[in-house]
Design a protein around this ligand. Structure first.
Ligand code: BES
Ligand code: ZN
Ligand code: ZN
Length: 476
C-alpha cells in the first residue's frame, strides 16, 4: 500500500474495517439491532472477523479484539489479525479501506494496520505479470497523532527495503550495487554516506574483507552511513555493523547444494537490517546519532580464492588462521568492528546471518544475542524485541570459549569446534573491538521458507523494527 493516513469520520473510504472489543460489542455505533445481534451470534461461534454487506452495499469487516493485559501479546495478535483481514480485502480487490477503532481500547489500530501493511508485500521485480489490483490506501480513524502514522510508514519503508535487498539475487546485488542502494537511501533520508572502494580498502589493509574477496571477480565495498541530527540525544554514537556477504558459496570450503547454498543470496541480511533500520530512523527523524558500517563482498572459490590454512592480517593487525573459508562473515565483520572504534562509540553492535548453529538452536522465531556490554543494554534490546515481536535470546559469553579459537601459528583461528558454534563466532568478533560490544545472529529469522502471518517467504526484514524500536526508546 502506498499511503496510510489519518482520516476523519466524514471522508473515510467506503469499505471499512471496524475494530471492536470482544467483551463489549455495544461500543459499535450505527448498527441496527439486527446487525448487532448477528455480530454477537458470530462471537459465540468464535468467529473473530465478521464480514457484512452494509446498507449502502459496501464491504464491512468487524474485527473482535480481545483485551490482554500483556500489551506485547495483544499487539502481536492485532498484527496477525491485520494480516488475515488483508487477505480478505485483497480477495475483494479493494483499493482503499478505512480502519476504525470502535472499541474503548487505545491505539489498537496501529499494530493492526502495521500487520496489514507488513503482510502487503510481494517481491515482484522479476515477475512479468504484477499484481493487478493492489490495495493503495488505508485511512485510520483512531485517537492517534499523524506523527504516529508517519513513523509507521517510515518503519514499513525500511522493512520493505530490507526485504527487497535480501530477495535480490547476487546477479543484481553485487557489493557495489548494495553500496549504491545504500547511497540512494541516504539521499532520500538525509544520511551521510561514504563508500570505500577496493583501492581504499587495500590502503586501509582490511585483510579480512580483502581475504574473503580474493576469489571474487567483483570488488568489495565498505559503506559508512552517518545519521547525526542536530537535536541528537546522545553524545557518543551507537555504531551498527552489518554482514554484507552478497552471496556465500562457502568459498573453497564449498557448501553443498541443494540444501545450503541455494538461499545464500540472503547472507547480507544483517547489512539489510542495519542499513534499512538506519534509513527508517532517519526517515522518522529520531533524534539519535547512529553510524552504520557495511563491509560487503561475495564469497567464492576460484584460482585466486583464499584457502584453508591461509593466515590473514586483519585491519587491527591481529592475525587469523583460516581453517574454513565458509566462516567468512566473522572475517569481514572483524575489520568493520575494529574500524568502528575510531568513533569512540557508546556501544558497537553487529547484526549478521553468521552461523547455522544459531538457526539450529532456536529456529526462525528469533535471534541469538550475546556480548560483553552492560546488562542494561541487553534488557533494553530484549524489551524492544518483545514490543515489536522480533525477539532474541541471550547466549553465554564466557571467556573460556576463547580456548576453542586458539591457533598454533596465528593469534586466532576462524573456526571453533563442533560445539557452541554460534558463541565461538561471537567470541571471535569480540577480539576485534575495544568498545562495549553486542552481537546479534539472525541466521534463523532473516529468511523464511514458508509464509508466517505477516511475513512472506524470503527476506523478512528482521532487525529493522527491533533496532528502530530500540533507538526510539533511547531517543526519548
Ligand atoms: N552464512 C553462513 C551461516 C548461515 C547458515 C546463515 C544458514 C543462514 C543460514 C555462514 O557464513 C557459515 O557458513 N557459517 C558456518 C560456520 C562454520 C564453517 C564454522 C556454519 O554455520 O556452518
Ligand atoms: Zn559461510
Ligand atoms: Zn556467510
Amino acid at each position: 500500500m502506498n499511503k496510510i493516513y489519518l482520516g476523519s469520520s466524514k471522508e473515510m473510504p467506503n469499505d471499512k474495517i471496524y475494530l471492536f472489543s470482544k467483551e463489549k460489542p455495544e461500543t459499535l455505533e450505527n448498527l441496527d439491532p439486527k446487525q448487532l445481534a448477528f455480530i454477537k451470534n458470530q462471537l459465540t461461534k468464535e468467529i473473530s472477523v465478521i464480514e457484512m454487506l452494509s446498507n449502502e452495499n459496501r464491504m464491512e469487516w468487524f474485527v473482535a479484539v480481545e483485551k490482554n493485559d500483556d500489551c506485547q501479546k495483544m499487539a502481536e495478535t492485532l498484527r496477525i489479525q491485520g494480516s488475515k483481514v488483508l487477505a480478505k480485502i485483497k480477495a475483494q480487490k479493494i483499493s482503499s479501506v478505512g480502519v476504525i477503532n470502535s472499541s474503548n481500547m487505545d491505539r489498537i489500530s496501529l499494530p493492526f494496520v502495521e500487520g496489514m501493511a507488513l503482510a502487503d508485500y510481494k517481491f515482484e521485480k522479476y515477475l512479468t505479470k504484477k499484481e493487478d489490483a493492489p490495495l493503495k490506501e488505508v485511512a485510520i480513524e483512531d485517537r492517534i497523532t499523524p506523527e504516529a502514522i508517519e513513523e509507521l510508514q517510515a518503519i514499513i519503508k525500511g522493512v520493505f527495503k530490507a526485504r527487497d535487498l535480501v530477495n535480490e539475487p547476487q546477479s543484481f546485488l553485487s557489493a557495489t550495487q548494495l553500496s549504491k542502494e545504500i547511497e540512494e537511501m541516504g539521499k532520500e533520508a538525509e544520511i551521510t554516506i561514504s563508500v570505500l572502494n577496493k583501492e581504499k580498502i587495500e590502503s586501509l589493509e582490511m585483510g579480512g574483507l580483502l581475504g574473503v574477496n580474493k576469489g571474487s571477480v567483483a570488488p568489495p565495498t565498505f559503506t559508512i552511513m552517518e545519521y547525526k541530527p542536530k537535536n541528537a540525544k546522545n553524545k557518543k554514537p551507537i555504531v551498527f555493523v552489518g554482514k554484507g556477504v552478497v552471496y556465500d558459496t562457502g568459498g573453497l570450503s564449498l557448501k553443498p547444494t541443494p540444501a545450503s547454498m541455494d538461499y545464500m543470496k540472503s547472507d547480507m541480511g544483517g547489512a539489510a537490517a542495519v542499513s534499512c533500520a538506519t534509513y527508517a530512523i532517519a526517515l522518522a527523524k529520531l533524534p539519535y546519532h547512529v553510524i552504520t558500517l557495511i563491509p560487503a563482498t561475495d564469497n567464492r572459490p576460484s584460482g585466486e580464492a583464499y584457502a584453508p590454512g591461509d593466515v590473514l592480517t586483519m585491519y587491527n593487525k591481529k592475525t587469523v588462521e583460516v581453517l574454513n573459508t565458509d566462516a567468512e562473515g566473522r572475517l569481514i565483520l572483524a575489520d568493520a568492528l575494529s574500524y568502528a572504534d575510531q568513533y569512540k562509540p557508546e556501544l558497537v553492535m553487529d547484526v549478521a546471518t553468521l552461523t547455522g548453529a544459531a538457526a539450529i538452536a532456536i529456529g526462525t522465531e528469533g535471534a541469538v544475542i550475546m556480548g560483553n556490554a552492560e546488562d542494561r543494554y541487553f534488557e533494553e534490546i530484549d524489551r524492544a524485541g518483545y514490543n515489536v515481536h522480533e525477539r532474541s535470546v541471550r547466549f553465554p559469553f564466557w571467556e573460556e570459549y576463547g580456548e576453542m579459537l586458539k591457533s598454533d601459528i596465528a593469534d586466532l583461528k576462524n573456526l571453533g569446534g563442533r560445539e557452541a558454534g554460534a558463541i565461538t563466532a561471537g567470541i571471535f568478533l569480540e577480539n576485534f573491538t575495544e568498545s562495549p560490544y553486542i552481537h546479534l545472529d539472525i541466521a534463523g529469522p532473516a529468511y523464511l521458507h514458508n509464509e508466517k502471518n505477516y511475513l512472506k517467504k524470503g527476506g523478512t526484514g528482521f532487525g529493522v523494527r527491533l533496532l528502530f524500536e530500540w533507538i526510539k526508546t533511547r531517543s526519548k
